[in-house]
Every structure is written in C-alpha cells, then in structure tokens.
Design a protein around this ligand. Structure first.
Ligand code: NAD
Ligand code: UGA
Length: 476
C-alpha cells in the first residue's frame, strides 16, 4: 500500500472511515458487499429510495436478498451488520460518508428530447442535489453509474451552485462487472478505472484515496488512472466493443446457415488469432441485459450531438443486427412450424438475459415471446430464477396486451412440466440445467414432429437428431 502512495504522486490519501453508496441495485449491492468484505475497517452503507429493495437486502434469510449472484449471499452473510448496512436513511448516510458512490440507474430516456436514445440522467441529478443539500463536510463523489461523457461537469455544477462551502471532488469509477459473474469480477477485476481531476492537487488526492481502497485487494498495476473524460468514455466504449463482437459473430451466423459453414468452428478459428481472442464470440439469439443497448444508444446519441454521423451510424449497426437476430430466431420457429403457430404450444426455456442471473432487462426472451404471441401461439415458459410476475411485467412494458398475456402466456415451475404437449422448444437462456435435461424424456412429452430451436447452441446436434428431434441451432 505504501508503494502505491509513492507511485500516485505524494498526496496523502484521506483516511476513510465511512462510505455511502446511493443505489442498492445490481451494481451498488454486490460492489459494496465486496468493498465491505475487503475493507473491514470501513463502514459501508448502501441506501436506496426503494424501501422494498432495502428490506429484501436486510432479509434475515440471506438467500432472499434481491439479487441473485453466485457467491454473493455468503459475502452478505459475513459482512451485513458488521460493516455493511442497507438503509433508506439517505440523508444520514450522505452526511456521515467521506466517499459517496452514485450507483443509480441511468436508463434510456423514454420522453422528450433524446427519447429512446439519450441516457436519462434525472436520478443522477437528484443524487447530486441531495448531496449538495446535505453535505457539511468535504466529500469525494464517485460516479459508479454508467453515464455520458462529461457528466462530471454537470454534477460539479450542481454541487458548486447548490451546495454549501464543502469541497467536492468528483471521480469517475465505472463498473465493469458482468451479471452472473459479478462476485469473481469484483474480486479479480481485469482493471479498476479511476478518472479524476489529475491536474489539481485536490483531484490527485481524491484519486489516491480511491486507489488506496481498491489496493486492499487489487494489485496496483491493475488500477488505471486517467483524466475524468477518458474514464467516462472508456466505459461506453468497452460495452460497445463487447456488444460489437456479439453482433459480429451473430451476423456471420446467418451467413453460416446459408452456406453450410458452422459458426462454432468459425469462432474457434477466428478466436485462435491472439490479436482477436476467443472471448465473446458465442453466436446467440441476441444479446440482452440492461446496458449494452442503452450504452450504445447513448454513444450514438453523443456522436450525433457532435455531428459525427458516420461514427453514430457505425455503432448503431450493432443494435440493428441484434434486433434482427432476435426477430430472425422467432420467425424461424414460425417458418418451421409450417408458417403457423396459432393455437400451438411453444415452450421457451429460459427468460433471463443470460444464465446465473435473475435479471431480465432487455432479455431477447421478450422480443421472441412477443412475436410468438402476436402469431397466436400459446407460450409456456420455464426459468429457474425469474418469477412469473417479472415475466408478465416485462411483456406489459413491451406493450403486449394484458388479455393476450392472461390467455396465451403460462409460466411453469419445472422444465418437464413446461414441455408437455409442446410443438417446439426455444432455448433462450443457457442455464446449465437445460444441457442436463433428460432430452429423451422431453421428446416423449412433445407433439411429433418435435422441434428444438437452440438459441444458445448448448446441445449436441447429432444426439438431438438421434433422439428424433428436428434440431435447429444458430449458425449451423
Ligand atoms: P438498478 O436499477 O439495479 O439499481 C439502481 C438503484 O438506484 C435502484 O434500486 C433505484 O431505486 C436506486 N435509485 C435511483 N435513484 C435514486 C435516488 N435518487 N436515491 C436513492 N436511490 C436511487 O441498476 P444497476 O443495474 O445497479 O445499474 C446502476 C448503474 O450501473 C447504471 O448506470 C448501469 O448502467 C451501471 N452498470 C450496471 C451493470 C450491471 O451489470 N447491471 C454493470 C456495470 C454498470
Ligand atoms: C456487460 C459487460 O460484459 C460488463 O463488462 C459491463 O459492466 C456490463 O455489461 C454493464 O455495463 O452492465 P452483462 O450485460 O452483465 O455485462 O453480461 P455479458 O456477459 O456481457 O452478456 C451480455 C449479453 O451478451 C448476454 O445476453 C449474453 O448472453 C450475450 N452474449 C455474450 C452472447 O450472446 N455471446 C457472447 O459471446 C457473449
């Protein structure tokens, strides 16, 4: 730790006793749990306006915390009540903290200027105003949420104009965890990125302070410090690059289906080039999740706002391919069902946007279900972690008629129950239990000819065909 202080100039970091995190969501909860575990001398308080969410985080049964992530409940069990606290008393937590992480949602705007494209920063602004109104002592404010480049200047403006005489240093510290692997991503991050006002002594001191906290478990060579704008934009760029890889391989998957090439073999061959690398090259029914689409839309919006239309068009294509891939998957099911699914039971295995999470934001399941319901199919779903209430809410938000959902949409509690009497199965999420299903028994439960549309390429084509299935994978 001493070494790190020397490397990061000679500013003495602030001695931190209290951290507050505003936003107890998928990022705030796990991130703060790991900080609490790794820094037992720091009191970490996670606050949220959503009282139900806070009470779920405080549920005596730690398995009932609101976010499912492998390994998370053990960390919460070890730290909650010791130096990790969940509370709705936002004012008190802000008042007591030396560092305040802002980890609130920054969804795509669904109203007004920039509707459907720009990031909605209203929750960020509310936080900034609240901090300004409450803070009586100097604070380091950390942007943990993903935000458009130059948001720090908005926060600074608010703090300076609305606040009292306290000194505020703003840092950008974007989060790169992926859901389903959040705990290991937080424990062994590829890098921690901290952007700040590197040109001033106070800014450097704030950076050093946050570096010191992470350095409790992250080696200093993995802690990257930059100017604040680079840090903000790096987060959008990283998500855009990742999503671009998925859209790239998905675009190739369609070409494979026409030419007899196998997209799995292409991923292997292309990914073996160390300049390209083999990660994030799995063809699928399309990417989902709360951030890829929203962050690229935001990048596109920012580029257009600077009149960089070629840049905007380039990144927009990543989303267009993804939309196409989701639709193409649903239409393939319909086509293979002799162009009609009306009155037919179609089973969807999985609803979450990827395995090992209960998050359903932007899951491809929604678009696929919507198309099937439009074609009057009876859609039956099983997902090991997503509740029926959540699925229904997702469809309603997407604009599916409530009467259609009531009459045509059903949720089962086991996969075997869900496949009974189905004409076709669509695998949407790559849950391990779907690989391990007794597919011979599944076949016997279905209407013949029984089809499987494997949106994740998790099953073995020859084995499925030997069992009697008509088996359709992505890009094979
Ligand atoms: P989330 O919706 O799960 O959680 C955000 C929480 O903030 C909600 O519980 C909400 O009630 C609370 N909140 C909003 N305004 C508030 C206020 N004024 N005061 C107190 N609480 C308030 O969102 P998330 O998935 O945790 O994402 C948070 C941010 O992190 C987003 O900007 C997102 O882009 C980014 N991010 C998310 C992930 C991810 O895997 N989900 C990964 C990296 C970055
Ligand atoms: C992604 C990034 O990976 C994180 O680094 C980032 O912090 C986060 O977004 C965020 O900003 O929210 P996440 O969306 O949780 O994380 O999950 P990913 O593993 O990236 O998967 C995203 C989607 O792409 C999933 O639907 C997944 O199934 C799909 N995917 C991923 C593929 O279809 N193929 C692949 O090869 C990889």
């Amino acid at each position: 730790m001493l070494e790190c202080l020397i490397i990061y100039k000679n500013q003495k970091p602030v001695n931190i006793k209290n951290i507050c995190c505003i936003g107890a969501g998928y990022v705030g909860g796990p991130t703060m749990a790991v900080i609490a575990q790794k820094c037992p001398d720091i009191q970490v308080t996670v606050v949220d306006v959503n009282a139900d969410r806070i009470s779920a985080w405080n549920d005596p049964d730690v398995e009932k915390i609101p976010i499912y992530e492998p390994g998370l409940s053990d960390i919460v069990a070890a730290t909650r009540g010791r130096n990790l606290f969940f509370s709705t008393d936002i004012e008190k937590a802000i008042d007591e903290a030396e560092i305040i992480f802002i980890s609130v949602n920054t969804p795509t705007k669904d109203y007004g200027v920039g509707k459907g494209k720009a990031a909605d920063l209203k929750y960020i602004e509310i936080c900034a105003r609240q901090i300004a109104a409450i803070a009586r002592t100097d604070k380091i404010i950390v942007e943990k949420s993903t935000i458009p480049v130059r948001t720090a200047s908005t926060i600074k403006d608010i703090l300076e104009q609305v606040g009292n005489k306290a000194d505020f240093q703003i840092l950008s510290n974007p989060e790169f965890l992926a859901e389903g692997t959040a705990v290991s991503d937080l424990m062994q991050p590829d890098r921690i990125l901290i952007g700040g006002d590197i040109d001033t002594e106070a800014g450097q001191r704030a950076i050093d302070t946050l570096v010191t906290i992470y350095n409790n478990w992250v080696p200093k060579e993995r802690i990257v410090t930059t100017n604040i704008w680079s840090s903000e934009l790096s987060k959008l760029a990283a998500n855009a690059f990742l999503a671009q890889r998925v859209s790239s391989i998905n675009s190739i998957s369609e070409l494979c289906e026409k030419t007899g090439a196998d997209v799995g073999e292409i991923s292997r061959a292309v990914g073996a080039d160390t300049r390209i690398g083999d990660k994030f090259l799995k063809a699928s029914v399309g990417f989902g999740g709360s951030c890829f689409q929203k962050d690229i839309l935001n990048l596109v919006y920012i580029a257009r706002s600077y009149n960089l239309h070629e840049v905007a068009d380039y990144w927009e294509q990543v989303i267009l391919i993804n939309e196409h891939q989701k639709r193409r998957f649903a239409y393939k099911i319909i086509k293979e069902q002799h162009n009609t699914v009306s009155g037919k039971k179609i089973t969807m295995l999985g609803w979450a946007f990827k395995k090992d999470t209960n998050d359903t934001r932007e899951t491809p399941a929604i678009a696929v279900a919507e198309i099937l319901l439009q074609e009057q199919a009876e859609v039956v779903v099983y997902d090991p972690k997503v509740t029926e209430q959540q699925m229904v809410a997702d469809l309603e938000r997407y604009g599916v008629d409530a009467a259609v959902i009531r009459e045509k949409f059903k949720v089962c509690t086991t996969a075997m129950q869900a496949v009974q009497g189905a004409y076709a199965i669509a695998i949407i999420t790559e849950w391990d239990e779907f690989r391990e299903l007794d597919w011979a028994a599944v076949y016997r439960q279905m209407v013949q000819p029984a089809s499987v549309f494997d949106g994740r390429n998790i099953l073995h084509k020859q084995t499925m065909q030997q069992l009697g299935f008509k088996y359709f994978a992505i890009g094979r």
